[in-house]
Design a protein around this ligand. Structure first.
Ligand SMILES: Cc1ncc(COP(=O)(O)O)c(C=O)c1O
Length: 385
């Protein structure tokens, strides 16, 4: 039976493939997943249990999400993103991912082009392909800490370009794009009437004095930005599947039309957990950030001990880094990842999964226990030494 070309053409997810392969071994030092492992804070769990016990969670919510949650999000956007929003400009989604999928579907028609500075999160590339769009990958400048190449973005624009889509901080490189560059990008979007779709999943995890800047805080961009956020990374809630999208009211109305056939609404129990997360103490965020900061520094120190094997740019944010493999066998990053897993049970993610300029790199997650980082690097030092 014939299956859709659109889906058949999509390559297997390298991240999920490495997870599957890792299950064949005991005692894997696992650096493949970008997910917090510390557990959801107790007060959030308790709020969900209370909501269940009160019988509040057994039915769909409104498709845009509980009003109380959207009102909390409005306060958060003002406080932390400098965005003046309204509850009617919000859609609560099944993680950031479903919101982004709906946003892409609402923005492009088949054959339209979306510019993605890359390497970038492979899921964004797949979302454009699923909407029958054409991802146009514009390389970041690795030699300048993976900076946005504004001139290259400008020259990639054609009469089919509809949107620019990026994550900030970036997965997989951990780059925090500075306000000055994002303002230049905003200017280009305004000049060419393009939508900007942002994924700000790692907004709170920035280090070394970097500041997270939301392009939707530029008032002239009001009608031209769709911003996706998530509680899943911020509060260690990846399994709860709850995030949200903010855009101008007319744009949100269109995204909602794509959201309903994808999800109807976000899980209601998770929406109650999200209210508690936003209303409660935010100390857990700084604790997570401090943990990632220490883990990042440790990973950098350990990479410094392998100068013949890796070059790297210290990530200013996220909990991911993207070292270049200097060895000849690293030119095929998938084969190199499989070799590391098979020979020393260290699980990483091949850079090629994040676009062609990701080839010859590995993505390493430092959202793990320090002992996992040490175990992985003890093994690599012995192996390459
Ligand atoms: C950049 C980025 N956006 C979104 C997600 C997933 O977010 P959510 O769990 O909210 O769907 C990930 C997960 O790895 C990610 O790295």
């Amino acid at each position: 039976m014939k299956q859709s070309d659109r889906v058949t053409r999509i390559p297997k997810s390298a991240i999920h493939e490495m997870t599957r392969l890792s299950k064949q071994y005991d005692d894997v030092a696992f650096l493949s997943w970008a997910k917090p492992s510390g557990g959801t804070p107790e007060h959030i769990n308790r709020a969900a249990i209370n909501a269940i016990q009160k019988g509040l969670t057994g039915e769909y919510s409104a498709s845009d999400g509980l009003v109380q949650l959207r009102e909390e999000i409005v306060r958060k956007l003002k406080r932390d993103n400098n965005i003046e929003g309204k509850a009617d400009e919000l859609l609560v989604t099944v993680g950031a991912i479903e919101g982004l999928a709906a946003a892409v579907l609402a923005t492009i028609d088949p054959g339209d082009e979306v510019i993605l500075p890359s390497p970038t999160y492979s899921t964004h590339i797949r979302q454009v392909e699923l909407a029958s769009g054409k991802p146009v990958l514009v390389p970041l400048i690795e030699e300048q800490n993976y900076a946005l190449d504004i001139a290259a973005v400008r020259s990639a624009i054609t009469d089919k370009t509809r949107a620019i889509m990026y994550c900030n901080p970036n997965n997989p490189t951990g780059t925090v794009f500075p306000e000055s560059q994002l303002r230049q990008l905003a200017k280009i979007a305004i000049e060419h009437d393009l939508m900007v779709i942002t994924d700000e999943a790692y907004e709170y995890f920035v280090f070394d004095g970097n500041r997270h800047f939301s392009i939707a805080s530029v008032p002239e961009m009001k009608k031209q930005v769709i911003s996706a956020y998530t509680l899943t990374k911020t509060y260690a809630m990846t399994g709860w599947r709850v995030g949200y999208v903010h855009a101008d009211e007319a744009v949100i109305a269109q995204i909602r039309k794509a959201h309903i056939p994808l999800a109807i609404c976000a899980p209601v129990v998770s929406q109650y957990a999200a209210i508690a997360a936003l209303q409660g103490s935010q100390d857990c965020i700084s604790e997570f950030r401090q943990h990632y900061f220490i883990a990042r520094n440790l990973m950098c120190e350990r990479l410094d001990q392998l100068p013949e094997v890796f070059d790297y740019v210290k990530p200013g944010g996220s909990y991911l880094m993207f070292p270049r493999i200097k060895l000849a066998e690293g030119r095929d990053s998938l084969a190199f990842c499989k070799q590391l897993l098979r020979d020393i049970q260290v699980s990483t993610t091949p850079g090629v999964a994040f676009g062609p300029t990701g080839e010859s790199h590995l993505r390493l997650s430092f959202c793990v226990l320090e002992e996992t980082i040490n175990l992985a690097f003890d093994r690599m030092e012995k192996y390459f030494g």
